[in-house]
Design a protein around this ligand. Structure first.
Ligand code: ATP
Length: 217
């Protein structure tokens, strides 16, 4: 059976999560305490209900424990976010994903049993900053505090060269994991594969080394 998702909080983030899941064909229940937000959501969720998620009887009545994943996308009201997560945990929801406002909020969420805590504003800020350093950096994902992955548009120093000739590994200590050419992607490319104009390289490495690569990109 197709997985069922419930999204609590239909702000910009919750809406985006709900819409994406719904467009992929999943069943999505959207919940918000604000009637207008619920009205706005009806077109891109399977069901939309007006409810206060800090009321445990309401969540029980909605059968929240039967959903495979529940996403708590409440922003400003940290207390409501924590209380909601606690209730979901108590009701035995299998997977709880919560949006955190800051590190402290995130820590509390982990402590009370959130399975995954996400920081969309912080992560997007990091991405934008890297894109500002070099507009050729399309995306930036932190893998650990020390290592990251970047998507970088091939620059004139790389175009026309093979991976070996580009010398990225020796010069920067980074590994090219994939080369994207339009819609095609070459996973784990060979040393003799040639980098073309407009190619996008997916590179993994230590943050310091990636920074050097970014600054010359
Ligand atoms: P975004 O950046 O995603 O727009 P935000 O950080 O501005 O979100 P809020 O607008 O504070 O977050 O919250 C997101 C949604 O959560 C709002 O639509 C709000 O009505 C809803 N919400 C807040 N508290 C509750 C609650 N107790 N029960 C249900 N929904 C709630």
């Amino acid at each position: 059976m197709m997985k069922q998702y419930a999204i609590i909080g239909m702000g910009r983030f919750g809406t985006s999560v709900a819409k994406t899941l719904y467009e992929m064909g999943y069943e999505v229940l959207g919940i918000d305490s604000d009637e207008d937000r619920v009205q706005d959501a009806v077109d891109f969720v399977t069901h939309a209900v007006t409810a206060d998620s800090t009321d445990e009887n309401v969540l029980k009545a909605l059968g929240i424990r039967n959903f495979d994943v529940v996403v708590v996308a409440i922003g400003a009201d940290i207390q409501a976010s924590i209380l909601t997560t606690l209730i979901l945990k108590e009701q035995g929801v299998k997977q709880i994903v919560v949006k955190a406002q800051n590190e402290l909020h995130g820590k509390v969420l982990h402590k009370i049993g959130a399975d995954k805590v996400v920081y969309p504003e912080r992560d997007m800020g990091v991405r934008v900053a890297h894109n500002l350093i070099s507009p050729n950096i399309l995306d930036y994902i932190e893998l650990s505090p020390e290592y990251s992955m970047v998507e970088i548009v091939a620059n004139e120093k790389m175009v026309g060269k093979t991976l070996a000739e580009s010398d990225i590994r020796r010069k920067f200590g980074c590994t090219v994991m994939a080369i994207k050419t339009g819609d095609e992607i070459n996973i784990s490319p060979m040393a003799h594969d040639r980098i073309k104009q407009g190619d996008i390289l997916v590179v993994v490495g230590k943050n310091d080394n990636l920074q050097e690569l970014e600054e010359q990109a």
